[in-house]
Design a protein around this ligand. Structure first.
Ligand SMILES: Nc1nc2c(c(=O)[nH]1)N[C@H]1C(S)=C(S)[C@@H](COP(=O)(O)OP(=O)(O)OC[C@H]3O[C@@H](n4cnc5c(N)ncnc54)[C@H](O)[C@@H]3O)O[C@H]1N2
Ligand code: MOO
Ligand SMILES: [Mg+2]
Length: 685
């Protein structure tokens, strides 16, 4: 567990407000350090607020990729105790046995352990464990599962070599391995515990009120905030005095998302209008709006060389370092210099020379290199090394020597950048020993939909499909040299989508979502953006595919809500997201947009849509006419990912009204946006 990362979240209104000192969080930290030698620990205190708990768990799991997240507090039965509800809502798989081991351990001490509601589960690659609130209960719970956690995390992270060896040992039952022993122990312990627990429970039930009272007092340590929570419930929403807070009845937190009809949110008072309230704007207008609402991540910066290149006089050839002043053609070979050797500072005679390799430092008193091809070996030493050579031609001064700083002078300007660096820029930085620190926006990718299953999640459940947009959008970002910080599949559920978006904007400047942006009653993206105070700059674009494309900003955050249909997401990424990412990363104007080329339509005809369309097409080169021709890939429906295969361009077709005809014919001149440049080599075929 040494390499794993840990999160500790103390969930308590009173600790959050500073009224009570958090002792359980630090206790877990101590236990982790003591047991696992852990040092990568992130810790936080938050109030008993279900949304905040969900948000931070998502943040820890999806964004910070923490391996093991512990919560402490909020697991009791009071109205403000919502940790289990929040945990259950965001986990992908529940781990009830882990909770049971802790419960059994707790029950050995007190039957009041039954009043805590610990949930354990897995979200992505994170193990999430609810601990009770008190230091004592935290310690007991941790001790109960401390040897299970490492193996559980290994399994979740799919660390095969470790898990396989543990499995083998468990199955063979022969190992003296601690984990194996522990599994056996746990098995025995579980059986024992049930008897013990029953015995304990009977004893406890039969015991007198005095001992119950005593135990209850101990338990106030377990859940010390049951009474205080009710007060804190009030004061967390509205500041008030202690006495007035105590009089008010706390409201239970709502866990159900409110039903929101997106088409009703936009046009208040106009109940019957079921159209989208967002005007359809053109692709060009949309781009203008995007560019005027984003700004480059950094100012232009001029980078200068800290050194001379080459830093010493370097030989350009494999040959001999000589003095050009000598007219003698015979030279004694007095040494051999390889690349990387020290610079020879001693003087030498005019009829002497050094054998030298390309890139090696020329001796201080040599002023020319004669390449090996222009020499003849005239004498050798007994050991076979060269003793004398003859120069077939006499060199001029400075022949084949790269002078100090001749490629780059110290302090010379290398280039000016405001963000992204290309290969040449990264290479020149390397050549002068500088780091290639790029300024790129952090990107989050959120795929939305209850129907979505991770492609690695096994067989499809009924009504489900595999999520392909996450893969596509991540790879597209990477193809264009952008880094994706986090990806996640969000449910079609207002609250959880809001939590995911809140978590994403904390960590990432650019958020790219797909799905949930059209007219359905489960399309919550726009509503979430509005409620999180984003400004929606446009919510529909007159383009096919990609009509519901939405763009919103909040301070430095840009949100690109792409339509869910995979091809629509693909096209809108190239049309809108890529130019924005490039602009944010400092690309100048025209370079933000992918190159456009002139082509002619190869298809016999094409039926135009109402909306201007960007169809996926394959390019050929017609040698007779010296033109590129575009052949539209079959079946352009926006769900059909196959239309992307072998697509070289997004062929720009006009809307039928704009064109004045519903059919466009073979040979028509069109523009095409290049998404795959390999076809260019056809020119030379
Ligand atoms: N009444 C109307 N309905 C629709 C309109 C309209 O104007 N009025 N527009 C249509 C157009 S155009 C598009 S495009 C889609 C976009 O809808 P959403 O962005 O809300 O996307 P969803 O409804 O969530 O999903 C659409 C489609 O895509 C599939 N999908 C979603 N995410 C993924 C993913 N990550 N991987 C693979 N496939 C995904 C999803 O299952 C749906 O089939 O709305 C039309 N409706
Ligand atoms: O615009 Mo939608 O993207 O037609 O499928
Ligand atoms: Mg939809």
């Amino acid at each position: 567990m040494v390499d794993f990362t840990y999160g500790i979240i103390t969930i308590s209104d009173r600790c959050f407000r500073g009224e009570t000192k958090d002792e359980s969080g630090p206790k877990i930290k101590y236990l982790l350090q003591d047991e696992y030698n852990a040092h990568n620990i992130k810790q936080e205190i938050i109030p008993d607020d279900q949304n905040k708990i969900e948000e931070i768990l998502i943040l820890y799991s999806d964004v910070l990729k923490i391996n093991c997240i512990f919560t402490t507090g909020g697991t009791g039965c009071s109205p403000r105790d919502v940790t289990p509800e929040a945990t259950r809502k965001i986990i992908h798989k529940e781990f009830p046995q882990l909770s049971m081991v802790m419960l059994l351990e707790g029950l050995r001490k007190t039957e009041f352990a039954a009043l805590t509601r610990l949930i354990c589960g897995i979200r992505n690659n994170s193990l999430i464990i609810n601990f009770p609130g008190s230091v004592k209960a935290v310690t007991e719970s941790f001790n109960a599962i401390k040897r299970l956690i490492p193996h559980a995390v290994d399994l979740i992270c799919d660390i095969k070599d470790k898990t396989e060896s543990v499995h083998k040992q468990i199955q063979s039952g022969t190992s003296k391995n601690a984990t194996n022993d522990f599994y056996r122990e746990i098995k025995e312990k579980t059986n024992d515990s049930i008897d013990e627990v029953l015995k304990n429970y009977k004893q406890n039930s039969a015991s007198n009120s005095e001992s119950n009272l005593k135990r209850r007092n101990e338990d106030t340590e377990v859940e010390p905030k049951k009474i205080d929570n009710q007060k804190s419930n009030q004061s967390s929403t509205k500041p008030q005095t202690e006495s007035s807070a105590a009089k008010e009845v706390p409201k239970p937190s709502t866990t159900r998302a409110p039903h929101v009809c997106p088409h009703k949110t936009a046009k208040p008072g106009d109940k019957d209008d079921r159209n989208s309230p967002y005007p359809m704007i053109s692709v060009e207008e949309a781009l203008k709006i995007i560019f005027s609402n984003i700004r480059p991540i950094s100012k232009p910066q001029t980078i200068r060389s800290p050194i001379n290149c080459p830093p010493f006089r370097a030989s350009i050839k494999d040959g001999y370092a000589v003095k050009s002043s000598s007219k003698s053609t015979l030279r004694k070979v007095i040494g051999s210099i390889s690349a990387g050797d020290f610079i020879i500072q001693e003087d030498f005679k005019e009829d002497e020379c050094y054998k030298i390799n390309t890139g090696a430092a020329v001796p201080d008193f040599a002023d020319a290199i004669v390449q090996v091809e222009d020499t003849k070996l005239t004498k050798s030493n007994p050991d076979g090394s060269e003793a004398e050579i003859e120069l077939l031609s006499l060199p001029s001064k400075n022949l084949d020597i790269r002078e100090i700083g001749s490629d780059l002078m110290e302090n010379q300007e290398l280039f000016t950048t405001n963000g992204l660096l290309d290969v040449a820029e990264k290479t020149i930085l390397a050549s002068v020993g500088l780091n290639a620190a790029e300024k790129k926006p952090k990107i989050a990718i959120i795929s939305t939909g209850d129907e979505l299953q991770d492609p690695a999640s096994g067989e499809l459940q009924e009504g489900h499909i595999y999520d392909s947009n996450t893969t596509m959008l991540k790879l597209l970002c990477e193809k264009f040299n952008f880094d994706v910080k986090f990806t996640c599949i969000a449910k079609d559920d207002y609250e959880s989508l809001k939590n995911v978006v809140s978590a994403a904007i904390k960590e990432c400047r650019v958020i790219i979502s797909s799905g949930g942006v059209s007219m359905g009653d489960k399309d919550f993206i726009k509503k979430v953006l509005i409620d999180l105070d984003f400004k929606i700059h446009f919510g529909r674009v007159n383009v096919k595919p990609g009509k519901p494309m939405t763009f919103a900003t909040l301070n430095e955050n840009s949100f690109f809500a792409l339509p869910g249909n995979p091809v629509s997401a693909f096209v809108t990424f190239h049309l809108f997201v890529l130019p924005a990412l490039r602009f944010i990363s400092g690309y100048s104007g025209i370079k933000c947009i992918l190159p456009l080329i002139n082509v002619v339509l190869e298809d016999s005809e094409y039926h135009l849509d109402d909306r201007p369309e960007y169809v996926r097409a394959k390019i050929s080169y017609d040698q007779n006419t010296n033109q590129f021709t575009a052949l539209v890939n079959a079946n352009q429906i926006s769900s059909r990912i196959a239309s992307l295969i072998n697509a070289d361009v997004l062929l720009k077709l006009p809307g039928r009204k704009e064109y004045g005809n519903s059919i466009i014919e073979k040979g028509t001149k069109l523009k095409a946006m290049v998404i795959n440049q390999f076809f260019i080599s056809f020119i030379n075929e």
